[in-house]
Design a protein around this ligand. Structure first.
Ligand SMILES: NC(=O)c1ccc[n+]([C@@H]2O[C@H](COP(=O)([O-])OP(=O)(O)OC[C@H]3O[C@@H](n4cnc5c(N)ncnc54)[C@H](O)[C@@H]3O)[C@@H](O)[C@H]2O)c1
Length: 273
């Protein structure tokens, strides 16, 4: 029997993860590899990339690393060369890299706004453009749709105080995903595109946000901010990176083969209330 992310002939799907050294990205890279994908781990932090690659290889998985700044078109072209030279045509693109800023609308600077859009939204657009032909070629050759998974957030669905710029970037991810899915379907690109919308995930990113939320007056201390956030998730906790990674594996695999243009909420019930 073939693994979830192998083709019927036993060859691996080739997957690239941006922000692959971070909490959700590294968990995703590990999960994709454990299900049979050959994974290209990308991030701006070389040492952290190498640690993830070494870990995957030590468990018998296939991985290579590559520095990729998602806001830089030249960086994407260089990453494409690495993918093609190392493995071939990409089948799975996980646009995961992202940053946040906790500020009121009044305090958010133009530089904050532009930085968040560059990494959270423009990065996804550049990656999609850069790899579209390869994803299409892989889909044609294997007769299995390629898959793009775009990292949004519950902040792409609901408004959150002190995160207006972040919400705007994640809303852009959500709507770009839908438009691209419809367009690629109409052009018979054999590429599915879905967005994923986690609630709070217990990573360094979340720790920083909670600290800043406390400082912004959302809660008197980071500990109380953490407790308030935990309580806001009906499932009773924040997510782990692995819980989000498993959903990404599902979207990457043929288990989700009838899904495109969808927004998958993995939020412990946060937005169901
Ligand atoms: N943690 C959460 O609560 C949560 C919830 C919903 C959505 N998300 C989203 O999930 C994604 C990953 O978040 P995380 O919690 O793993 O954060 P993280 O901070 O652990 O990881 C983010 C990674 O992105 C990398 N990065 C930053 N700028 C980059 C750039 N220009 N190019 C490439 N990589 C860059 C960082 O080096 C880091 O490794 C983000 O898009 C975030 O918005 C996170």
């Amino acid at each position: 029997m073939t693994a979830l992310l192998e083709f019927k002939d036993g060859t691996s799907r080739i997957a690239l993860v941006t922000g692959g050294a971070g909490g959700i990205g590294s968990a995703t890279a590990r999960a994709l590899a454990s299900h049979g994908a050959s994974v290209v781990v990308t991030d701006i932090d070389r040492a952290a990339i190498d640690a993830v690659v070494d870990d995957i290889r030590s468990k018998g998985g296939q991985a290579t690393g590559c520095v990729l700044d998602v806001g830089d078109p030249a960086s994407w072209l260089a990453a494409r060369d690495v993918v093609k030279d190392t493995y071939g045509d990409l089948s799975v693109l996980v646009n995961n890299a992202g940053v946040d800023v906790i500020k009121s609308v009044a305090d958010t600077t133009l530089a904050d706004w532009e930085r968040l859009f560059r990494i959270n939204s423009t990065g996804m657009f550049l990656g999609t453009q850069c790899f579209l032909d390869d994803l299409h070629a892989a889909g044609e050759r294997t007769k299995v749709y390629s898959s793009i998974i775009n990292m949004s957030s519950i902040c792409g669905n609901i408004g959150v105080a002190f995160q207006s710029a972040y919400c705007a970037t994640k809303g852009a991810v959500r709507m770009f995903t839908k438009a691209a899915a419809v367009e690629f379907g109409s052009l018979d690109k054999r590429v599915r595109v879905n967005s994923i919308h986690p609630g709070t995930v217990d990573t360094a990113f979340a720790a920083q946000c909670l600290k800043e939320l406390g400082e912004a007056g959302f809660a008197p201390s980071p500990e109380e901010a953490r407790e308030a956030i935990r309580a806001a998730h009906p499932i009773g906790n924040m997510a782990s990176g692995d819980e989000i990674a498993d959903s990404i594996v599902f979207l990457a695999s043929d288990l989700s083969r009838f899904m495109t243009g969808s927004e998958m909420l993995v939020d412990g019930g946060y937005t169901a209330q």
